[in-house]
Design a protein around this ligand. Structure first.
Ligand SMILES: C[S@@+](CC[C@H](N)C(=O)[O-])C[C@H]1O[C@@H](n2cnc3c(N)ncnc32)[C@H](O)[C@@H]1O
Length: 207
């Protein structure tokens, strides 16, 4: 951890951190006002979360990741940029969704560049798979969006199949989506592009 983050978790966690366990979360308790809620799964270093939240101050962003240095970076970024609409969870996204997020409560779910687990024997570890899609969809409000992006072609096809097969979701596009202007470019994505990987976006709407 760099100097910038050394004391960030202890100091900022009580302000912006949200435990992965507990009762149902409501935006008014998280943000002090009743805003539409966006869930950012696997926020990594938090660059995209911070940029999107800064550009979208009337919605609340709940970022979740299992990676402590990334969560520490996001906590420090929230403070540096004075973001009032970001809260952070350290823990497993599916535990958070099951336990703390009510059905019909999310305006959008973002899953940007989840770990691809390219080997067939590891596919069961993928975040986007039919049972998890059904869970995430159940937490969206009708008309809410599930937006995924990946630079792994095999995972992109599997995502398209899993999302397309869910009875409660409709594809907002014919196949993959054009890159939405509101999804910021992260260092992770840039590294993939530099390595020649193609990025696929998928945008599905809860019916
Ligand atoms: C490849 S990184 C992408 C990070 C970021 N979305 C970006 O685009 O730069 C995937 C992230 O998902 C996180 N992750 C993996 N499994 C997770 C889980 N079950 N719950 C929450 N985060 C998870 C990892 O810790 C990692 O930070």
């Amino acid at each position: 951890m760099g100097e910038r983050h050394r004391d960030a978790p202890a100091r900022l966690w009580p302000v912006y951190g949200v435990p992965v366990d507990g009762g149902r979360l409501v935006p008014s308790a998280l943000f002090g006002r009743d805003v539409p809620l966006i869930l950012e799964i696997g926020s990594g270093m938090g660059e995209a979360t911070a940029d999107m939240a800064a550009a979208d101050p009337d919605r609340g962003y709940l970022a979740v990741d299992v990676h402590t240095p990334g969560v520490a970076n996001l906590l420090a970024t929230i403070e540096e940029r004075g973001l009032a609409n970001v809260r952070v969870v350290l823990g497993d996204a599916l535990d958070l969704v099951r336990e703390r997020l009510a059905p019909d409560s999310l305006d959008a779910v973002h899953v940007f560049f989840p770990d691809p687990w390219p080997k067939a024997r590891h596919h069961k570890r993928r975040l986007i798979q039919p049972a998890h899609v059904a869970l995430l969809r159940s937490r969206l409000v009708p008309g809410g969006t599930l937006h995924c992006a990946t630079d792994d072609t095999g995972y992109a096809d599997a995502m398209l199949a899993a999302l397309g097969a869910d009875p409660g979701l409709a594809n907002a596009n014919d196949g993959f989506a054009p890159r939405p202007a509101h999804r910021p470019l992260t260092k992770f994505e840039q590294r993939g592009i530099d390595a020649g990987r193609r990025v696929h976006d998928l945008v599905f709407v809860r019916s």
